[in-house]
Design a protein around this ligand. Structure first.
Ligand code: PHE
Ligand code: NA
Length: 435
């Protein structure tokens, strides 16, 4: 039997996990969810959700993965509970589902690399977004983005992407800080900062039932939780890493990039007189081009910016596809390129409605975030907190010698607050879908 691979370095694991976490969820979805849920109020609830639910839940997935040391479905079997395989399978399925429309947005990013070069969007960024976000060309670009993802996974050259991620994380941060600073100098930027950073308690109270599930859902989506991804990645971790530190590091980076996106988008929208709720899913695709239109060398900056967003999106999309592919390759002995291309074909078809009409994209996204994600995470959290609790605590303590022992606090958080919050999100999410 071949010995199971582990990450060559801890940094390798962290980079891959951060590569998976940081993506369109931060740069596209976070600003747009913030805009749809009342600005700063959403930000506050989101930050609390990351801290109270996201970090304990990421730790739960890491614990399952490292303990079982095998793919995310078999993991539950290996921990002694074969029936719970359904939780791993649901996560794999959710990844598949999300990738079908994630790649549509990836296609928009491809389009904006080209449009930055030609200046296609400078006259009227909002009209441009409306024209290119749906229709035959969006379908074609969805196919191209998916093709890139499939190609990388089929060839098994994720190493290349890992390398690219190493450069992507710092460059995305530097470029985004640059754009944020530029945005801050524009007239009316202050209104944008107020919108994003000054919460209103009355707004929160009046919209609690919709803001809370949206924020929790965004936190799960953004941290790649409920997709069996962190379970899979953690199955390759060496024994002596401290999982608490790893989980917190991933969450910190991921949150930082999302907040940075908000600091860019809202001042720019207000500077341009575009109301955040009319920008909708186009928030980042309308605001950034607006700024680029006014910058010297804006076209070149745009090419670089959207290219980096592309790398960030690819490092997420390959992690989504990889989980499905590696499970099928392990279990059925089919060649990797065959599995990857077969799945690519199905994903293409599944994504056509989303590429054709943004209402469909919204529907696919809502099903994922309101139903599949909280459902999967509830199962994982229940499993860890109540079924394999003793093993889980051992696993959290491993590699944490000499540091404050948070394992008991964590266990009780997972058993109570985290579980209830995710179940509540599920209930409210399903209610929202039904209305
Ligand atoms: N977390 C990624 C993002 O924020 C999306 C993603 C979800 C990627 C699940 C992989 C798995 O963009
Ligand atoms: Na993210």
């Amino acid at each position: 039997m071949v010995e199971r691979e582990t990450w060559a370095t801890r940094i390798g694991f962290l980079l891959a996990s951060i590569g998976s976490a940081v993506g369109l969820g931060n740069i596209w979805r976070f600003p747009f969810q913030t805009a749809e849920n009342g600005g700063a109020t959403f930000l506050v609830v989101y930050l609390v959700a990351v801290l109270v639910i996201g970090i304990p839940a990421i730790l739960a997935e890491l614990v399952v993965g490292r303990r079982a040391n095998i793919n995310a479905i078999t993991a539950f079997e290996k921990l002694g509970r074969p029936n719970w395989k359904i939780a791993g399978a649901l996560g794999v399925f959710t990844g598949f589902w999300v990738l079908s429309y994630y790649s549509v947005i990836g296609g928009w990013v491809l389009r904006y690399i080209g449009a930055s070069a030609t200046g296609g969007y400078v006259d009227d960024p909002a009209a441009y977004f409306g024209a290119v976000s749906a229709g035959p060309e969006a379908v074609a670009l969805h196919a191209v983005f998916l093709g890139l993802t499939v190609g990388i996974v089929a060839l098994g050259v994720e190493d290349g992407i890992e390398l690219a991620t190493k450069f992507m994380v710092p460059s995305v941060v530097v470029l985004m800080i640059g754009l944020a600073v530029f945005g801050a100098t524009l007239p009316n930027a202050g209104e944008g900062f107020a919108y994003f950073l000054a919460p209103d308690v009355d707004v929160l109270v009046a919209n609690l039932g919709s803001v809370v599930p949206a924020a929790v859902g965004q936190a799960l989506f953004s941290l790649s939780l409920g997709f069996s991804i962190m379970i899979t990645y953690a199955s390759y971790i060496g024994e002596d890493d401290n999982l608490v530190v790893d989980g917190a590091t991933i969450a910190a980076f991921n949150t930082f990039v999302g907040v940075l996106a908000g600091l860019i988008v809202f001042p720019l929208l207000f500077a341009e007189g575009v109301s955040p709720d009319t920008a909708g899913p186009g928030a980042i695709f309308i605001s950034v081009p607006t700024a680029l239109g006014e910058l010297p060398f804006g076209g070149a900056v745009g090419v670089v910016f959207f290219f980096i967003v592309l790398i960030a999106s690819l490092s997420s999309s390959i992690s989504l596809l990889e989980v499905v592919v590696s499970y099928l390759v392990d279990s059925y002995d089919v060649p990797r390129p065959v599995v990857a291309s077969g799945l690519g074909l199905v994903l293409f078809v599944l994504g056509v409605p989303s590429a054709w009409d943004t209402d469909w994209l919204g529907w696919f996204d809502a099903i994922a975030v309101n139903l599949f994600l909280p459902l999967t995470v509830s199962l994982v959290v229940f499993f860890v907190g109540w079924i394999v609790a003793g093993d889980a605590v051992d696993e959290v303590r491993r590699g944490a010698e000499g540091l404050p022992d948070l394992s008991t606090l964590w266990l009780w958080a997972v058993r109570t607050v985290v579980l209830l919050a995710v179940l509540g999100t599920l209930a409210l999410g399903v209610l929202e879908l039904a209305t």
